[in-house]
Design a binder for this molecule. Structure first.
Ligand code: WT7
Length: 640
């Protein structure tokens, strides 16, 4: 929190100028009036959502917009029949859009591919037929563990098309993280690749799957995409190459889109929480389609002629909502890039913007900070004049990075949509529209249909400018419906604190300023955002404890210039073991191997004792204060 004050992102700070949209932005924008539309969306919330939902295709219309009879298990568009693929592909291929580019994909290696909506439909149908031939049934969970290649988008859509539920595991995760997610979902089928490319090197995927499958008894079939050509071990009767299956007559180019109930599951996506194993958040066909389509259309003012580029990996919610489903439902042309932003040179992204004429760029503060470091000369080599809108997501954007993004990348003409949302919300919740006056570092105001507040632990609104818990007061179509296999935990985690009021607790702390603008401060639970990636301290701690020398471990996030937060670990060794540089390296390697390199600790400190409460809970607050060289505060509950 102090960190933010220093950077001048707090309300009332003199540095915090308001950026008004230019006349041309206002002129071109679809929505001209936030206030009027917002008031309408609040006074007639269901009417607003029904009107948006009507813009999509349905096999059969809904009977009720919202069923809130079993709170907090809300149902949207009850009785409606649809399939997200009906809107993302089927309706487009019946129009001229069959010839429109759906996807322009480029890899770090320079290789590129394009898909029209017609081609995407063909590939999705073929893939869907392969899944069917493997016995995949409606409602079963298929785990996808792939690099950032079109096959990932195609596999997701293929699952949705036949009514299977996809669970995408980010390709940067490793053995233990993957195995936990496969087991929790009881997947029978896994789709992967032999490997992927990053920074001029290959990384492994299939070998990680093979290791994870030793602990995943439910898996019967593994389909592998040949991407790098590196040698991998394939087991007879379990392992199949995708390209071989695609060549078989079973991979027919025709496949019916399954008629789904609006509330039928579309996907689960695992995310980290305070304790224990990751939570599989469940999203559904109907509400999620309406929510991602509507939010993307209004916030990025998506137009037919746009070339939209979201740099996220489909393995995270940003990729699901705004790289796969949102853009496709809107019939957009989008760019997808596999690789590092600065390989082989720090102009890689700027080159892509120029090459493809990207008009909308949606990325993360951590990427902007990383690229800013190389200086203006890299973007300056390229013509970025095609850009008209910019976006940011994943963590609060510090005003310096915001201003650089605005000035150097956006040429001072592109408004920045700083979108606050979560895996749980399915799409944007607090966000500007192109017409909004902007304050660098603030996600501005609630999207249509949302009432957002900053409250204390009892639910009383805190004074303007004070810090408190962020709550969402009313349900929205894109909300996660439950945690896979654990509805109690869903209730407990998000709805228990404000049960009386019926509010959703976001798990973030925030402030609201005198203009009603929201300033997100950070997580209030044991979640760390490392380079915008959401990691749970509990998962990293159990990875540490699985090492033979470690007795106990505590993990915290500490502010980091580039990553936002970095992982610091405090480790208590088993009796007779001693710490040192070598063991520190070994433990870092161990966590990378178990969890993935994104969870690689920045620092490991060996402790002779960990601060605990009398009831045995590790006091991370004390560790955090110590790591930051701050006053430890009240330690009256600390064990002797
Ligand atoms: C957490 C959710 C939403 C897609 C990517 C992250 C933080 C996200 C912002 C933003 C400040 C942000 C919050 C939130 N966060 N966007 N624009 N400004 N903080 O999804 O992995 O589920 O993480 O990311 O702390 O709770 P996620």
């Amino acid at each position: 929190m102090d960190e933010h004050k220093k950077k001048g992102s707090s309300p009332g700070d003199s540095q915090c100028l308001v950026y008004k949209p230019t006349a041309s932005v206002i002129e071109g924008a679809t929505l001209k009036e936030y206030e009027v539309l917002y008031q309408r969306s609040i006074s007639d919330r269901l009417g607003f959502w029904a009107e948006e939902a009507q813009k999509l295709e349905w096999f059969k219309g809904w009977d009720r917009v919202l069923d809130d009879s079993n709170k907090p298990f809300f149902k949207w568009f009850v009785g409606g029949k649809t399939n997200i693929v009906l809107n993302a592909i089927d309706r487009h291929v019946l129009t001229w859009r069959r010839n429109k580019l759906a996807l322009i994909w480029e890899a770090e290696t320079g290789e590129s591919r394009t898909y029209s909506y017609h081609a995407l439909n063909r590939e999705v149908c073929k893939f869907a037929n392969i899944l069917k031939s493997m016995g995949v049934k409606k409602g079963e969970v298929v785990t996808l563990y792939l690099p950032q290649i079109p096959e990932l988008t195609i596999a997701m859509l293929a699952c949705a098309k036949i009514g299977a539920v996809h669970s995408v595991v980010f390709g940067g995760f490793s053995v233990e993280a993957l195995a936990t997610r496969i087991r929790d979902a009881s997947s029978r089928v896994v789709v992967t690749a032999d490997g992927g490319f990053r920074r001029g090197k290959t990384f492994e995927l299939k070998s990680i799957v093979n290791e994870a499958l030793k602990d995943s008894p439910t898996v019967e079939v593994c389909i592998t995409v040949k991407r790098t050509g590196q040698p991998v071990s394939m087991e007879a009767d379990r392992d199949f190459w995708l390209h071989e299956l695609m060549a078989l007559p079973i991979a027919s180019m025709k496949c019916e889109t399954e008629v789904m109930d609006a509330e039928d599951p579309l996907f689960i996506l695992y995310t980290s929480g305070t304790t224990g194993k990751p939570k599989g958040l469940l999203h559904t066909h109907g509400g999620y389609s309406v929510y991602t389509a509507t939010t993307l259309k209004y916030v990025f003012d998506l137009k037919e002629e746009d070339r939209y580029w979201c740099t996220a990996d489909p393995g995270w919610i940003t990729g699901h909502s705004y790289l796969v489903y949102g853009p496709l439902i809107n019939g957009a042309t989008q760019v997808m890039y596999e690789g590092a932003p600065n390989h082989p040179y720090p102009n890689r992204w700027w080159q892509i913007i120029e090459k493809y004429g990207v008009t909308i760029l949606y990325t993360s503060p951590t990427a902007i900070r990383g690229l800013m470091r190389f200086g203006e000369q890299w973007p300056k080599r390229h013509d970025l004049s095609s850009l008209r809108l910019l976006g940011s997501v994943g963590e609060p954007i510090n005003p310096e990075a915001w201003r650089w993004y605005h000035r150097v990348i956006g040429g001072e003409r592109c408004p920045i949509m700083d979108t606050w949302w979560q895996t749980e919300t399915g799409g944007f919740v607090i966000t500007p529209l192109p017409i909004s006056p902007l304050k660098p570092g603030s996600a501005t105001r609630p999207f249509f249909g949302h009432e957002v507040a900053v409250v204390d632990d009892q639910g009383a609104q805190v004074p303007v400018g004070s810090e408190g818990n962020l709550v969402l007061k009313a349900p929205w179509p894109g909300m996660a419906r439950t945690i896979w296999g654990d509805p109690e935990r869903y209730k407990e985690t998000y709805w228990k604190t404000y049960e009386k009021q019926g509010w959703y607790k976001a798990g973030d702390s925030a402030r609201m300023d005198e203009d009603g603008y929201f300033w997100i401060i950070g997580r209030t639970d044991d979640v760390i955002k490392v380079s915008g990636h959401r990691l749970g301290t509990a998962e990293i701690e159990s990875a540490l404890v699985s090492h033979a020398d470690v007795a106990e471990a505590a993990v915290i996030g500490v502010p980091h210039e580039l990553k936002g937060h970095a992982i610091h670990c405090f480790v208590l060794l088993k009796h007779g073991r001693t710490g040192g540089k070598e063991l520190e390296e070994q433990l870092k390697e161990h966590v990378s191997h178990q969890m993935g390199s994104l969870a690689r600790p920045e620092k490991i400190e060996f402790m002779s004792v960990l601060p605990k409460t009398r009831s045995g809970k590790i006091m991370r607050r004390v560790l955090r204060a110590r790591a930051l060289g701050q006053d430890v505060g009240d330690t009256s509950t600390l064990e002797e």
